[in-house]
Design a protein around this ligand. Sequence first.
Ligand code: 13P
Length: 252
Amino acid sequence: MSRPYYIAGNWKMHKTRAEAAELAKALVAGLKDGKHKYLAAPSFTLLETVGAILKGGNILLGAQDCAEEEQGAHTGEVSVLQLKDLGVQVIILGHSERRHLYKEDDALINKKLKLALKHGFEVILCVGELLEEREAGRAEEVCERQTTEGLKGVSAEELERVTIAYEPVWAIGTGKTATPNDAEAIHAYIRKIVGKLYGNEAAEKIIIQYGGSVKPENAAQLMAQKNIDGALVGGAALKAETFIPIAKFQAV
Ligand code: 13P
């Protein structure tokens, strides 16, 4: 089965509205003839501005997180209802910065994920090991736990709206990309886990992105791996000059 490539930009906590609008316009122009699936995920405060520019085109609008409740006394949080109101289509959950800087655990991420799916969103579930976990030979175990716990209670039908992003924490923002072989090994392992949970057909269908220092220079090599179906891009997503070549990578 051939899976579509899915290239996503996580803009993290960058850009003002004017800067975001400039980038969004450049992406719309640069990717209008792009052949893959695309996403731009700016900060909450930029969603309305960026959403208006992406509307009707081939780049989906994504948020970087959501609250685990629909509404209520949750100061500082943003709800799925508010995201839907802004036209958000995809929510990134369990990013390593949420897990490690803001102490989100698997149970909380799972609660958010189920709520997002209940409200009709697509989600990107991020998983990935820390450097010390990799060095201790625990990369597979960590990714297995984050995948299994993250997907707990998700039906096979809902799984069709889930993408997994493997982002080894030691490769994020460090310039150290996992080698295509190392990334491929974990991607294959995650696909096997999905197969154990949902069967082979679902495992063959699920899109697994790689994230961690993806650049125009390494995108094609990563994407050439059998189980790497796209990228979740941080730093290089902040400029059209670097994101567009990744999004339009030339298969090797
Ligand atoms: P970098 O591409 O900056 O390493 O970030 C990856 C990432 O965290 C995307 O979510």
